[in-house]
Design a protein around this ligand. Structure first.
Ligand code: PXL
Length: 293
C-alpha cells in the first residue's frame, strides 16, 4: 500500500463561490492526498462579482498554528500557497515555507492576485512585489497570463499570444526563482486555450498543452487547475503529464457547467472529480511514492 502524502494549502476560505480551499480540499482528497489547511482569511464569498462580502483576516493565527504542528512533528510533502489575506502575510508565508520544508517537500506558489488584465479587489503592484518574494522559494509557479505580466512588472497584453511572447514570459518567470513554471490561459489561436510549461531541470524546453477553447469566463478555474496539477505532481507524474491532466479536467468542468449559471458561482467541478482522482491514481501506478518514515 502507498503511504499517504500530506499537502498544506495556504489559501482563504471563501464560504461560497467554489475557489481556494473549498476546491483544493476535495481535489487533493480525490487523488488520495491529505489536504491540511492554513487559512489566510475567511470571506463570506470570493471577491469576484459579489459585493458586501465579510472578511476576517487570519494573519495572527498562521504562525501559532504552524508552531503547534512543529511541536507535534507533523511532516509535510507539499506547501501550496494561493490567495493571501494581506501584504503582511508574505513574510509569514516565507517563514512557513522555511519551517515546514524538508528535503523532498514540493513548494507550489499560485500567485493569485489578478485576471483579465486587472488586480482583484484590494490587490495592487505591492501584492506583485510580495508574490515575487514567494516565487524565489517556489519549486513550481502557476500564474495566469495577467499574473505573469504583473509579476514581471509589465503591462497586460490581450491574446491571442505568439509563441515568442509566451517563451519570453516563461523564461523571465523562471528567473524569479521557481524550478518549474506552468503558465495558464495560454491562447495561441482563436480556438485553442491551455497551458505552457517549462522546467529548468529538463533543459528549459517549453511544452505546450492545449485544448479546445470554450467560450465564456468562469470563476475559480485557476484554483481548480493548480489543485489538480499539484495532486498529479505529488503522485510523481512528469510536469507535462500533470499539466495535461489539469487542462483536460478544466475542460470537463466547463462542459459540465450549465451556461445559464452565473459565472460568479464557478464551475461544476464535482461531476468529474472521481474521474480525475482515478486518472491520477492510474497514471501514478508503478511510480515509487516516497514517504516519511
Ligand atoms: O479564485 C481566486 C480567488 C480566491 N479567493 C478569493 C478571491 C479570488 C478571486 O477573485 O476573491 C477570496
Amino acid at each position: 500500500m502507498d503511504c499517504q502524502k500530506r499537502a498544506v494549502a495556504i489559501h482563504d476560505i471563501s464560504c461560497v463561490g467554489k475557489c481556494s480551499l473549498t476546491v483544493a480540499l476535495p481535489i487533493l482528497s480525490a487523488a488520495g492526498i491529505e489536504c491540511s489547511v492554513l487559512p489566510t482569511a475567511i470571506l463570506s464569498t470570493h471577491t469576484g462579482g459579489f459585493t458586501g462580502y465579510t472578511f476576517l483576516d487570519l494573519t495572527e493565527e498562521m504562525l501559532p498554528i504552524v508552531r503547534h504542528w512543529e511541536k507535534e512533528n507533523i511532516q509535510v510533502d507539499a506547501l501550496y500557497s494561493g490567495y493571501v489575506g494581506s501584504d503582511a502575510q508574505f513574510p509569514i508565508i516565507r517563514e512557513v515555507f522555511q519551517r515546514l520544508r524538508r528535503k523532498d517537500t514540493l513548494i507550489m506558489v499560485d500567485p493569485v492576485m489578478a485576471d483579465n488584465g486587472r488586480y482583484y479587489p484590494g490587490f495592487s503592484p505591492k501584492t506583485a512585489e510580495g508574490m515575487r518574494t514567494l516565487c524565489e522559494m517556489a519549486d513550481v509557479l502557476v500564474p495566469n497570463m495577467t499574473e505573469a505580466a504583473f509579476l514581471l512588472g509589465e503591462e497586460y497584453r490581450e491574446g491571442p499570444y505568439d509563441s515568442a511572447y509566451l517563451e519570453y514570459l516563461l523564461k523571465k518567470l523562471t528567473e524569479l526563482g521557481p524550478k518549474k513554471v506552468v503558465l495558464t490561459g495560454v491562447y495561441p489561436r482563436e480556438n485553442q486555450l491551455g497551458a505552457a510549461c517549462i522546467s529548468r531541470e529538463d533543459g528549459g524546453q517549453i511544452q505546450w498543452v492545449l485544448a479546445q477553447r470554450m467560450p465564456g469566463m468562469y470563476h475559480g478555474t485557476g484554483d481548480i487547475f493548480a489543485s489538480a496539477l499539484l495532486a498529479a505532481l505529488m503522485k510523481d507524474l512528469a510536469l507535462e503529464d500533470a499539466t495535461r491532466i489539469a487542462v483536460d479536467y478544466i475542460l470537463d468542468c466547463i462542459r459540465d457547467t450549465d451556461p445559464r449559471q452565473e459565472p460568479r458561482f464557478g464551475v461544476n467541478f464535482e461531476r468529474s472529480l472521481a474521474a480525475l482522482g482515478s486518472r491520477i491514481l492510474q497514471a501514478a501506478e508503478g511510480t515509487e511514492i516516497k514517504c516519511w518514515t
